[in-house]
Design a protein around this ligand. Structure first.
Ligand SMILES: O=C(O)CCC(=O)C(=O)O
Length: 273
């Protein structure tokens, strides 16, 4: 197999491993993302393949807090649009993103999910959590087995401390004790705030077209949007072919984003045309 060029310096790869996140990194110039936003807004104006979950499944999920851009609950508009929209698929598999992903996790990669995360003016904080806790729930068969994922969070608008940028606690590797964010069966597992000393938290503001990449153990949160404008980002989540993926909704499947799937554990979807 040809050796893939490394786009990250060894020191950056070490930093990602020791801190659990790396960024800001540039995906495209701000003007290019600002132009692309028009196309993304068109996608966000109509629903994709993900159904609206029944209320009992939304209860307590962090994703149910994000702005409702479609009038029918956010999920069909914002979730996994790479499955039906070529423009979102191209963004999720941008060559620069895949080069960084390969530098960190090797050549074989599955695109698991993508979610537009809009935080309206006055929109809520996301409390401290590890994404590991978003793929497992007690007694529930959903998510990833084993729970292994990493996320590229791409800024579509400018993302600042004032409008709710991501914050990380560098160096969190252990799985920390969790508390559900609400009573629902699928409530997001937040990290118990008694286990969080946020005095060393690092904020990662981003220009449009920049991204931050983080592991499933990275302890992260984001403050409320105190600005007058919406904050919009796209969280693109990858896993590896050896992970058994349970469909997130009936028409959901992973896509091969790079390399080969030598395990054949999962049914794969084709890119949209
Ligand atoms: O968009 C946010 O503010 C939070 C995003 C997040 O927690 C995630 O993508 O895992």
């Amino acid at each position: 197999m040809p050796v893939q060029p490394q786009v990250l310096e060894p020191s950056e790869i070490d930093k990602f491993r020791s801190q659990g996140f790396l960024g800001p990194l540039a995906l495209m110039p701000p003007q290019e993302m600002t132009r692309l936003r028009g196309d993304l807004e068109k996608v966000l104006a109509s629903p994709g393949l993900a159904p609206s979950p029944p209320p009992e499944e939304s209860e307590g999920r962090l994703s149910s807090l994000v702005a409702d851009r479609g009038g029918a609950g956010p999920v069909p508009y914002v979730e996994c649009r790479h499955l039906d929209s070529p423009v979102v698929h191209q963004l999720c598999t941008h060559p620069r993103l895949l080069s960084v992903a390969r530098s960190l996790y090797g050549p074989d990669l599955l695109l698991w999910r993508s979610t537009f995360i809009a935080k309206a003016s006055g929109g809520p904080e996301f409390r401290w959590h590890q994404d590991w806790g978003g793929v497992h729930a007690p007694d529930e068969a959903y998510g990833l087995e084993p729970p292994l994922l990493f996320t590229f969070w791409i800024a579509i608008t400018e993302v600042t401390e004032d409008n709710g940028c991501l914050r990380f606690l560098p160096g969190t590797r252990a799985v920390l004790p969790t508390v559900p964010s609400g009573p629902g069966k699928r409530a997001t597992l937040l990290v118990d705030e008694k286990a969080v000393d946020d005095s060393a938290a690092v904020s990662v503001p981003l220009q449009p077209g920049e991204f931050v990449v983080f592991t499933d153990r990275a302890l992260h949160s984001s403050p409320p949007n105190a600005s007058q404008a919406e904050r919009l980002g796209l969280a693109v989540r990858f896993t590896l072919p050896a992970v058994k993926v349970r469909p997130h909704f009936p028409q959901h499947a992973c896509m091969l984003a790079s390399g080969e799937d030598r395990t054949l554990f999962n049914t794969l979807a084709s890119p949209p045309v």
